[in-house]
Each structure stands twice: as C-alpha cells, then as structure tokens.
Ligand binder design. Structure first.
Ligand code: KG4
Ligand code: ZN
Length: 332
C-alpha cells in the first residue's frame, strides 16, 4: 500500500493531476515491494490483475499501461478487474466462511451499490445511488463543517459526542418502491442548517461551536445510515426470496469502515436472519489485495483478456471490460 491521502489533504480533496503523477512515480517501486513482501519473483506469478474502471482516468491509465507492459514482457495473461468487484472481494480476504450467494452493500467515495452476489463472477445490482455516493456525502458535509479530508472518519469521530436526535433530516427516496439511494437532498439539508447560523445565510461566515458541529455530524451520520439500511432491508427480502438458504449480508468500501453504520447493519442482518460481516479496516482500502483476489476468481474461470481492453472513468459493474476502439469491441 502506498497512500497519497496526506498529499491530497493539503488541498481538501483528490487533485487528479497529482494523483496520476504520483501513480506513475510509484508504480514500479510498489510492485517490486509487493513481490518482495510476498517472497515471490515474477517467474512465480501466473497472471496480472489490474483495475480498468471506474475512477480517475489518469491513474487508471498508469495502472493499465504498466500492467499491459508487464504482460507483454513476461507473457503472463492479463485479468482486467472492475474496482468495485475488488471491494466486494475484500470480504473473502477476511472471511473464509463467506461464499456466494450473499448480499453486499458497496459504499465508497465514488459509489453506492446494493449488490446480489450470485456466484464468484456473476452479480446483480439491486440498487444504486441516483446522485452522490455515500462517501461523497460524508466528504462534502465534512468540508462544509471545515473538518478536512477525508471527511468520513472525522464525521464519525465528532458524531460520538453529538446528539443524533437534535435535527430532523430528510430520507431521500425513502418511499420509492425500489432499492435505489440518493444522498444529494440530505447534503443540501445539512447545508441549510449550517447556513441558518448566519443572518445572511452565507456558509463562509459561519463559525460553529464544537457542540453544534458534533450534533450536525451525529444527525447526518444517523440519517445516512438509516437511508442505507432502509433500502438494504428491501434488498434483503428480495435476496431471501431468491436464496432462502443464503446466509450473509456483507459491506465493503471505505464507508464500511464506519462503526456506527456497521452496528446498524448488524442489527438489520439479525432482523432478517442473516449474518453480518465486513472486512477489517486494512482490507477496506488495500486496493492491491482486493483486486488480486477478484482477479484470481476470474482467472480461475479462464476469464483473462488480451491487450485490447481500455480503462474507463465510468463503467457498469455488471459488464466486462470495454475493448479498445478498432479492436472489434465497443467504441468510445
Ligand atoms: O473505498 P474508498 O477508499 O474510495 C473509493 O473507492 O472511492 O472510500 C473512500 C471514502 C471516502 O469518501 C471517505 O470519507 C469514506 O470512504 N470513509 C468513511 C469512513 N472512512 C472512510 N466514511 C464514513 N465513516 C468512516 N469511518
Ligand atoms: Zn475504492
């Protein structure tokens, strides 16, 4: 693992140009170190898994081109992996008892999905966010409160001393008959509360007391967790109907690190007769390990690829990697 978080914290968020430069500077050293730590040489490796989507295109290009170069020079097969499949696979790393089918909540900085994992390589999306991702909402609310980046852990910490019942916040899409999510209205409601502390409603002028900040954090965190569990409850019924013997509800992605959310999910799982599991923190953000595992599942099924796939900033979780234009596949 090599984290750039400190660098991005200076700017209050990820700066795409810095992210891709850092990737190209670091990738050779990180791969060497991973081989060293694993006590392996390249000649003992069977295949190369790489994230092709979704994310910042600059960073994806560095990874995909490096992996293609390594594949070309070693003759090893390439396995393109969707980043969110890696997050889902992080659960196998920490939970040897877990096997499909299971229900998975994937909540990260860029995505919020409720996924029915049918087998190791097949999944069905039961619900997704219509606007902001859950992590994005945490980060934006933290920014409004001047708590810094990344916002999730700061909000969780402040929420511990806050009153979660002081402000009533909306539950967007609560009554929709599907498993989809929405966080943009919740974020706006928080903004309005903060603005109400200034006569002219200018958020830049507001200086909140620690108590007010903590109360806002607690109310936001509670409502975000409720929005997620309400839709997961619906999804659990759908899952249970299709797989009466299915055992697990799991969570993945950076937001799954949130202790309050984990407790709510645990409670929901109990109500639905399911077992809750989520990877420990170190597996929630270890992109190398999770992508390797997800790649292994595809590799075992013979799902490796040639050099003609390309990285994409956005790409559906339930499709295979796009082919480069002119290679007989999907054109951009
Ligand atoms: O999965 P991840 O590393 O990034 C993406 O793949 O997008 O997740 C990062 C996100 C950030 O939005 C961060 O604020 C959030 O996960 N996060 C948390 C917590 N720790 C990280 N959100 C809520 N509570 C936390 N403790
Ligand atoms: Zn991620």
């Amino acid at each position: 693992i090599l984290s750039q978080a400190d660098m991005h914290a200076l700017y209050g968020g990820v700066v795409p140009e810095i992210a891709s430069r850092r990737h190209s500077e670091a990738i050779v050293g990180v791969v060497k170190e991973a081989l060293e730590q694993g006590g392996k040489t390249l000649s003992q490796i069977d295949g190369i898994a790489v994230t092709y989507a979704p994310g910042l295109i600059g960073a994806l290009l560095v990874g995909v081109n490096f992996a293609k170069g390594l594949s070309l020079s070693t003759g090893l097969p390439l396995v393109p992996v969707h980043h969110l499949r890696g997050h889902i696979a992080s659960n196998y790393l920490s939970n040897p008892d877990l096997e499909p089918p299971f229900l998975c909540l994937v909540v990260s900085g860029g995505h919020s999905h409720i996924v029915q994992v049918e087998d190791y390589t097949k999944l069905t999306i039961l619900g997704r966010t219509r606007d902001d991702a859950a992590g994005e909402a945490f980060d934006k609310v933290a920014k409004m409160l001047g708590l810094g980046y990344p916002g999730g852990p700061m909000i969780e910490k402040m929420a511990e001393i806050g009153d979660e019942n002081r402000f009533v916040l909306p539950h967007p899409l609560k009554n929709s008959n599907d498993c989809n999510l929405s966080f943009s209205g919740l974020k706006t409601a928080v903004r309005k509360i903060i603005e109400s502390y200034d006569e002219s409603g200018n958020i830049e002028h507001v200086i909140l007391s620690k108590k007010d900040t903590a109360d806002i954090c607690a109310c936001f965190q509670k409502t975000a967790a409720e929005c997620l569990t309400e839709k997961l409850a619906k999804a659990a019924d759908i899952f249970r109907q299709k797989y009466p013997a299915g055992k697990h509800l799991v969570a993945a992605g950076g937001v799954a690190a949130n202790g309050y959310l984990r407790r709510r999910l645990e409670k929901l799982a109990e109500e639905k007769g399911l077992l809750f599991a989520a990877p420990p923190l170190k597996w929630c953000t270890d992109n190398g390990a999770m992508i390797a595992w997800a790649g292994l599942e595809r590799f075992a099924k013979g799902l490796s690829d040639g050099l003609d796939f390309k990285p994409r900033p956005r790409w559906p979780l339930d499709e295979t990697a796009p082919k480069a234009a002119g290679a007989g596949g999907v054109k951009a």
